[in-house]
Design a protein. Structure first.
Length: 268
């Protein structure tokens, strides 16, 4: 069963916009607090506040780099898993020609149906658990039919260079489908994102507090830094949202294979 965290139910654009408003709000609160204690704070404490501000911003940069690396790696893994699945299915489709002649039409029909299911399920969000469960069950049924056909082929022609080669390819198809499904569930832990958000807000507050102590508001630099950090956070969240964010894995490899298999079948 697909399980997503709390944040997955919200749009990445809405989360990024909320973060931007949040950091600006905390910056304003920090500025007003800094202005309030300005006269009670000596130069040494102001310098110490500047050092703490640099440390917090350094921690934020570290977390941004770490989290971006995690989300990018997961996106790359999902992309490679789709390509591996397309290659595995393509190889199995070619090896259908090694099966006994009477089994080839059925195998082609099953692979056409299988590819159609894999392409269509790729457009369904992970939060639509009922629809995805239905597609996964139907996919498992087609896999079972293909495996039964492979066993029948092995009885008719037990040679490893014919039926054996097809069985090996079919096994890779099943493994690649399971691997791709597993990678869809591997995302950046939500606690890491929440920690990033806390440090994000704290950075806005400490920048505002430091400005308040100096008595000078730095609106343009703070706004620029806030917008840039928000954009990076948006990319991190969007990369980590399979089937939901704006940045999606390109399914053209599977789609082109499906179209090629369908066209070949239509010609026959």
């Amino acid at each position: 069963m697909d399980h997503q965290g709390f944040l997955y139910g919200y749009s990445s654009v809405a989360i990024a916009a909320s973060l931007l408003l949040g950091i600006l709000l905390f910056n304003e609160l920090g500025f007003r607090l800094g202005r309030y204690v300005q006269e009670k704070t000596d130069d040494e404490l102001k310098a110490l506040t500047g050092a703490i501000q640099g440390s917090v911003l350094g921690l934020l940069a570290l977390l941004l780099g770490f989290t971006f690396s995690m989300s990018m790696q997961r996106y790359d893994n999902r992309s490679m898993a789709l390509i591996d699945e397309a290659n595995a299915v393509g190889t199995a489709v070619l090896r259908v020609q090694l099966l006994p002649q009477e089994l080839q039409p059925q195998a082609n029909d099953l692979f056409k149906h299988y590819l159609g299911l894999r392409v269509e399920v790729g457009t369904i969000g992970l939060n639509d658990t009922q629809t995805r469960a239905r597609f996964n069950n139907e996919t498992a049924q087609v896999q079972a039919q293909l495996w039964a056909l492979a066993m029948k082929a092995a009885e008719l022609d037990p040679r490893p260079v014919t039926s054996g080669a097809f069985i090996t390819a079919l096994n890779e198809v099943i493994d690649s489908q399971g691997k791709r499904n597993a990678l869809l569930q591997m995302q950046v832990p939500e606690v890491v994102l929440l920690l990033l958000f806390v440090v994000f807000m704290s950075s806005g507050a400490i920048m505002g507090y430091s400005s308040g102590l100096s008595g000078k508001r730095m609106f343009v630099p703070v706004m620029l830094v806030s917008v840039l950090i928000t954009l990076i956070v948006f990319i991190i969240i969007d990369l980590d949202r399979p089937k939901r964010g704006l940045i999606q894995v390109n399914q053209s490899a599977l789609v082109e294979l499906y179209e090629a298999v369908a066209a070949t079948k239509d010609v026959r």
